[in-house]
Ligand binder design. Sequence first.
Ligand code: ADP
Length: 770
Amino acid sequence: MELPLLPLRGVLVYPSMVVPLEIGRKKSLNALEQAMLGDHSLVFIAQKDTRQDDPGEDDLYRVGVVAEVKQVLKMPTGGSKVVVEGRARCRVLEVSDHGEILHAEVEEVPETSVMSDEIEALMHTLVDLFEVYVKNSRKMPGEAVVSLNIDDPGRLCDTIVANLELRTREKQEVLEAFDVTDRMNRVSDILSRQIELLEIEKRISGRVRRQMEHTQKEYYLREQLKAIHRELGESDDGEGEIDELRQRLEAMENLDQSIHEKIDREIRRLSRMSPTSAEAVVVRTYLEWLLDLPWTRMSEVQGSLAEAEAILEADHFGLEPVKERILEYLAVQSLSTELKSPILCLVGPPGVGKTSLARSIARATGRQFVRVSLGGVRDEAEIRGHRRTYVGAMPGRIIQGIRQAGTKNPLFLLDEVDKMAADFRGDPAAALLEVLDPEQNQHFSDHYIELPFDLSDVMFITTANLLHLIPRPLLDRMETIAIPGYTEEEKLRIAERYLWPRQQRRHGLGEGQVRLGRPALRRVIAEYTREAGVRQLERELGAICRKAAREIVEAKRTRIRVTNQNLKRYLGKPQVYHPAAEEQGEIGVVTGLAVTDSGGDIMAVEVSTMPGKGRLTLTGKLGDVMQESARAGFSYIRSHRDHLRIAEGFDETTDLHIHVPEGAIPKDGPSAGIAMATAMVSALSGRIVRADLAMTGEITLRGRVLPVGGIKEKILAAHRAGIREVIVPEKNRQDLDDLPQNVRRQVRINLVQHLDDVLGRAFETERAIE
Ligand code: ADP
């Protein structure tokens, strides 16, 4: 049978399959035309090489398909679209080229298939395999399987292969498999291989996808986020911010390379993050800190001592020894930058001018001033910061202070170093030591900042209320300067010269609008304040100013005089209870002297006797040391009963009760030793203690008197309370040098070595009850 021949490139037509084709080659179009003139039959034979444009006999396979043209659609380009249906496989016997058209002499090969169990089983396998293939292949629509509802095994094979993406050679092999079982086996092999390929493909693409996902997912999300922001009118997409951070970084001069790199790294990290993510917030805060810290910024320190002196003088009344020490300190500092001088520690009660002195030093040396209170700090992290992994982490107080100062060489006041406490979270004092140590503080590391910050240009000054509460290792690093408190006279001067004018200014009062008479001022000091410093005094003066300002505005008065008589109108009734000296001497009551947080104070020690068995009771919140001190005195008295003129056998008939009033305030320390012993002797021997006398001193078991601290504060307190005479240990003699002249004149001071000396002065001999 000779038929017009149409060579196929890439596609194959199988029997009983309807296939659309595009025909463009001239010879093919001619073959089509001729077929249409006849019974629409032609033969399709695949080319071996698809690139061959004008194939001859040798370029064609030897097996083809006889097909029928169902439809022809002529294209405007000259080609045609046809729909053909394959009819049967055929062997090609001869191909003849007639110049404008190809013909082939072919012989149809009929399908011979006999159903058998084997074939049926193979058919099931093929359908199953094909289903797997379709499921795994993304290119195949699921419906492809439905079209497999075929009960002819040969056709089943052809349909499957027609649906697969195979090389022409493979397709041709299936076409050439005339035996159905053979064909089925081939197709089954092909399917298995295809499935395997699909799986490999899937694995690879999975891997690629995972990688892509990682980088691209974020990118897409961020793009989406940007779009959302734009929709919401929040135009800032984070880029402006990154630019600004970069500019700030570049504006920082002489920055250490490693710091620059670190900041740069963090900025790059931030730029990769979504601007609103929680992590970005953390990084941004961190960057703010790094960019705000004055890594290299310094203020110009001025070293003129004369100027410093002038400033200290102008800002503060009195305090001569303190100012002297400060000037010496500054002199040493300006002489040598190498020799690191110790840290200054100003010790004294509140309101004596520690902070304002430090402020003056800052002004005098041209440094920025920062103040950080360490009161109540019990966690090392408060000094050194929290690691950034903590939620809400922050740098410690040192770095916070430095940022606030804005320069790396400020005057840094560490307030209340005596009020720090150590607990399980680490010892803040140890961290502070590192801050203050010139060897280590060049590379101070804050847990939050993570980069070493150079603190060696900082001038640290510390303050404390009580010397003995400062942690020992810290104390060793520091040079202490005591500011014990002011006498009434001194307070008067400070008030007149500094506090009163300042309060007037602060309350907007013109000069001379409100006059405060000196007697009235004295009264404010004596009756409205009870303190070693002048803080409360300043508050009271402020209160006067407020009241006076109101009167001026409301009552339209132009001038006001605050006098002794009308003082109550401004300040109300005196608020302060003053434990003044007792009016009359009593048995068993001795005035002791104590140092508290707010300076020196007088304190009554009371002893009463009652029938009993020589027991000693102590009340009034006395600490261990104070109780031991009382027992030491009691033992001394028992062993020297005779000599102290105390009745024999008292320790079998009498109990003693020692009480120190104002019981809510805890008291401790050995310095009430002689006061308690004297009160006990008085109570046991019935002798009256002089009312105008106060005493302080530690006592030993043998009655010797040991030195105690805070002598100046105590004597000032005694003076304030109207005491005429004090007893202090001989060993405290050199402490008396600091006392103001008028106090020395008005208070008689007895230096003693032994309890006998104390008792010799303590009693009112003439009124003694025998
Ligand atoms: P501290 O730090 O010792 O508690 P402050 O420095 O806060 O005390 O002082 C309290 C107030 O008293 C400040 O306004 C301060 O200026 C003032 N002051 C204290 N001592 C003097 C003084 N010697 N001369 C002038 N003002 C003083």
